[in-house]
Design a protein around this ligand. Structure first.
Ligand SMILES: C[S@@+](CC[C@H](N)C(=O)[O-])C[C@H]1O[C@@H](n2cnc3c(N)ncnc32)[C@H](O)[C@@H]1O
Length: 308
């Protein structure tokens, strides 16, 4: 008996051919296995090594102990660079500024006491944009500092742009974050909001401007607090204290009086769904038509304004 092959019948399905070829196929199979196995072993080792490295990087950058992670995807950074470039009209330096801001955030949070508040995009957006807007002087006022790490980072960013900063901070520094009408959950850092903590964070910079910073304890709505820090025209004011509609409206009214001509006002959390009063207050403030402040635009969830 013989097995017929028909046109189109694959030769390897023919029993006789199979039998004849079996020793060669077995040899080939062994060789293929021998060739593939080392590749698989190498891949396994490489994946294990990558996981190990990724885990260590995760420890440095994940959200444990600070709430927000610091691992932005490329698309988020690209978008931030576009937004910073649009607001500042100096798009050619936007990427450099965003990347330097990111490194500053990571370094300060690694060594600092407490944390910076907010998403990586919003923090880096504020830090990257301010120096590119060429503020008219280096006097910086931050209303609402929490742990002082943002102020510490901003001082560095402005200094890098060639402006020697002097810093004033207003915050009740009452042990924990205060927000009227809300009860704030325990901070993920477990660190108290206190002046000594802010000082420790400012000292990380080591520059004269950070070490000699003026810290005015109290609420920005307090006339005595206002009087104590209204002794100069500020080149930059960051409004990040009371986030209620009334609180932001009151801060904006005050800020109008102490911002230098050409000065930059940063309103944090503008457009953030968690703090609707912030946008409401600024939109109403500008709709009045008598403000010295002009809206330059928005980066992440911060509004940027320039004073006439
Ligand atoms: C969102 S945190 C500031 C975060 C900080 N700017 C940062 O970027 O890391 C708000 C801070 O403002 C403080 N605060 C609340 N009401 C204030 C007011 N009327 N004047 C000044 N600070 C106020 C809070 O206690 C808290 O420390």
């Amino acid at each position: 008996m013989f097995t017929r092959t028909f046109p189109g019948m694959p030769i390897l399905r023919n029993r006789l051919t199979k039998r004849a070829l079996r020793p060669a196929l077995t040899l080939l199979d062994r060789r293929v296995r021998r060739g593939v196995q080392p590749d698989l072993d190498t891949l396994r080792r490489e994946v294990a090594e990558m996981r190990r490295q990724q885990y260590a990087v995760g420890l440095l950058l994940d959200g444990t102990g600070r709430g927000a992670h610091r691992i932005p995807p490329a698309a988020e950074i690209d978008r931030l660079v576009r937004e910073v470039g649009d607001v500042s009209d100096r798009g050619e330096h936007a990427r450099r500024s965003v990347v330097v801001a990111f490194r500053t955030v990571v370094a300060l949070e690694a060594l600092g006491v407490g944390r910076l508040a907010g998403s990586t995009s919003n923090i880096c957006g504020k830090l990257a944009t301010v120096p590119l807007l060429s503020p008219p002087n280096g006097s910086i006022l931050e209303i609402g500092t929490l742990y002082g790490l943002f102020a510490s980072a901003l001082v560095r960013m402005v200094h890098r742009a060639g402006i020697e900063p002097d810093l004033t901070i207003v915050d009740p520094l009452a042990g924990s974050q205060l927000q009227p009408g809300t009860s704030q959950p325990a901070d993920p850092t477990g660190t108290p909001v206190r002046e000594d903590v802010v000082r420790a964070n400012l000292a990380l910079g080591g520059s004269r401007s950070a070490l000699e910073a003026r810290i005015q304890q109290g609420f920005s709505s307090d006339p005595a607090v206002r009087e104590a820090v209204s002794d100069r025209e500020y080149g930059v004011i960051v409004v990040d204290g009371d986030h209620s509609m009334e609180g932001v409206a009151a801060d904006l009214e005050w800020v109008e009086k102490i911002i230098a001509p050409g000065g930059i006002v940063v309103l944090d959390d503008y457009g953030d769904q968690a703090w609707p009063g912030v946008q409401e207050a600024l939109d109403k403030h500008l709709a009045g038509g008598t403000s010295r402040l002009r809206m330059l635009g928005r980066v992440s969830t911060s509004a940027f304004l320039r004073a006439d």
